[in-house]
Design a protein around this ligand. Sequence first.
Ligand code: ZN
Length: 136
Amino acid sequence: MSDYTKPLPYPNEVSQPFWDAAKRHELQIQHCNSCGTHIFYPREACSQCLSPDLIWIPVSGKGTLYSYTIAQAPTHPAFAEDVPYVIAIVELEEGPRITTNLVGCSPDHVTIGMPVMASFEEVTPEVTLVKFRPDQ
Ligand code: ZN
C-alpha cells in the first residue's frame, strides 16, 4: 500500500498508452494518420479531422511554458505542504499543450516562454506522473 495521498489518474482504454509510456519515463502523444495532427489529450478521434486512425508516438518531451499560475492555497488537503506550487500549461515542440506542474524551479523564477522538459515522478508502483522542469 502506497502512502501517496494525492488524487491519482484513472487511466481508461483511450488514455492507458499515455500512462504506460510515462511509467517507462517516455512522453507519448497521439498522431493522426489521416491529417498528420499531433494530439493531446488522449481521444478516440482526431481533434482536427475526426479520423479514428490515431497512433501513439514518442515525442521529445521538450517545450516552452505557455502559461501558468502559482497555487498559494492547496486545492486538496494533500497538497497543503506543497504550496506555493506552479500549475502550468506547456506547449510541446510538436504543438499540443499539456496541463501539468512545473517542478525544480522556484515560483519566483518562472517566466512565460521558458524552455522546459518532461520530468517523470513515480508516485506509486502503478502510476508515474508527467511533470515538467526547466530545460537549462
Ligand atoms: Zn486528423
